[in-house]
Unconditional design. Structure first.
Length: 279
């Protein structure tokens, strides 16, 4: 662990809190203002250690982030600075092999403030282990900060703004939910639900149909959590309902949802349609 200023640093090795035989570590660094807080965890499901804190008033607002693993320093140190990160060393006596599973960036929660980082108790070199558990910063760091980012759902209005020009946005025949500005037979709300472009008829993602014996299946992409998707059946294209249609509304977003209907033997014909509604 170290912080370097003008090529001068105070490096120390971390040994406390590492289980015997442990070879997996998760490192986390958070910056708020000019304060950097560093955390580590050894093994999956283990508690997080608040390792150290550095205040760097010389750092610009935008910085570069990367991963560097030091090994065989005796041989690497003879290279000039230009070659440190641009050369693959094939000789020497390396004593470390590091495999990186993932590298994730995200903005700290707005509720996490610089004074909160400054007040956190830290372990530092050979100090008493300081745990993240039970602290005021726990809800914003550790496991709470490494989950994949889930962007908020795109609203219908945001989708319109990304699809049409300013002049088109003031015209109802471009923006109404039932409007079909590209004349592909699909209204805006359905195109929004399926992820196609309302002004490009070639972009439509049509539901797919399959019939095996007396079972009819309709598949469609479910990508909007703020909409209700329902498959309905009809024998005359006039009256529609979901009676007898087996469908799972819990299909995860981004996956293909399916609905099936077993056609009664006394039914000469049956139709399926996908209906999309806003709650």
């Amino acid at each position: 662990m170290k912080s370097t200023t003008n090529s001068v640093s105070n490096l120390y090795a971390v040994q406390s809190g590492i289980p015997a035989g442990g070879n997996r570590a998760t490192l986390q660094a958070v910056r708020v203002g000019q304060t950097f807080l560093l955390l580590r965890r050894h093994g999956l499901g283990q508690p997080w250690t608040v390792e150290n804190r550095f205040v760097r008033n010389d750092m610009p607002a935008t910085i570069q982030v990367g991963i560097t693993a030091y090994t065989d320093w005796n041989n690497v140190s003879i290279q000039n600075e230009f070659h440190h990160n641009r050369t693959v060393n094939t000789g020497g006596t390396p004593d470390l092999v590091a495999d990186i599973d993932f590298f994730r960036l995200r903005r700290p929660a707005a509720e996490l403030t610089e004074p909160m980082l400054g007040a956190a108790l830290v372990t530092r070199q050979a100090g008493e282990l300081r745990w993240l558990t039970g602290t005021s910063i726990e809800p914003y760091l550790g496991d709470h900060a490494i989950s994949p980012y889930t962007p908020p759902p795109i609203s219908y209005d945001d989708w319109l703004m990304s699809s049409f020009t300013a002049d088109q946005l003031v015209l109802p025949h471009f923006t109404d939910r039932s409007a079909d500005p590209d004349n592909d037979g699909h209204g805006n709300l359905l195109e929004y639900a399926l992820g196609s472009h309302p002004n490009n008829p070639a972009s439509i993602t049509r539901p797919s149909f399959q019939r095996l014996g007396n079972t009819l299946t309709l598949a469609y992409p479910r990508i909007r959590e703020n909409l209700q998707y329902r498959v309905e059946a009809s024998t005359n294209l006039i009256f529609w309902d979901a009676t007898g249609v087996d469908q799972d509304p819990s299909t995860p977003l981004g996956q293909s949802a399916t609905a099936t209907l077993v056609i009664p033997s006394d039914t000469p014909r049956v139709f399926l349609r996908l209906r999309v509604e806003e709650p």
